[in-house]
Design a protein around this ligand. Structure first.
Ligand code: GRF
Length: 188
């Protein structure tokens, strides 16, 4: 399973996945790390000697996506994982990729899509939230759900404490889903 990872930020989900690949508990290979800016994820890729590429100069979303697609022509891959990638992909891009694209979101979708999902959950007052791994389609956080993990909201939770507990589950869940795809327990 040759994986291309997209991220814009700290990359903790990606690092958790990569740690499992390195320890041999996940049979996959990271063939490229793509970011829309210089980010902690790119720094990590450099440190780990992973192929990486930053696409930060462009004028329109089309141009940005075309550049990425052009680059990806030379990278054989089976799966794309979004790990904190802060851009919405166009349906043209999703079609042109021709491989499954996964995303992880810090809520139990379809509740609380979009930004600040943990804050949304606290503000709404739900007692259980969690995280979701789903396929990416043209609707934001709207693709087929592959797996979810519940996290209890505590009375004294802040956005930070809740996010932290959800993140611990994200780090497990994302690798579990990839493993199930590798082992054909999840068919896409
Ligand atoms: C995670 O909470 C993920 O669910 C969301 O963006 C955040 C990325 O965090 N899509 P990290 O970059 O993986 O640390």
């Amino acid at each position: 399973m040759r994986i291309v990872a997209f991220g814009s930020g700290r990359g903790s989900n990606f690092k958790a996945i990569h740690a499992n690949i390195k320890s041999g508990t996940l049979q996959a290979k990271i063939v490229s790390v793509i970011s829309d800016k210089e980010s902690a994820m790119i720094e990590y890729a450099k440190k780990e000697g992973l192929e990486h590429k930053v696409f930060s100069i462009y004028s329109t979303r089309n141009e940005h996506e075309d550049r990425i697609l052009n680059y990806l022509k030379s990278v054989g891959f089976d799966l794309v994982i979004l790990a904190g990638y802060m851009r919405i992909l166009s349906s043209n891009f999703i079609t042109a990729i021709e491989k499954p694209i996964l995303n992880i979101h810090p809520s139990l979708l379809p509740s609380f899509p979009g930004l600040h999902a943990q804050r949304q959950a606290l503000e709404y007052g739900v007692k259980i939230t969690g995280c979701t791994v789903h396929l990416v389609n043209e609707i934001m956080d709207g693709g087929r759900i592959l797996a979810q993990r519940a996290v209890e909201v505590r009375d004294n939770d802040t956005e930070e404490t809740l996010s932290q507990r959800i993140l611990q589950q994200e780090h497990r869940l994302y690798s579990e889903v990839i493993r199930k795809i590798v082992q054909k327990e999840i068919m896409i």
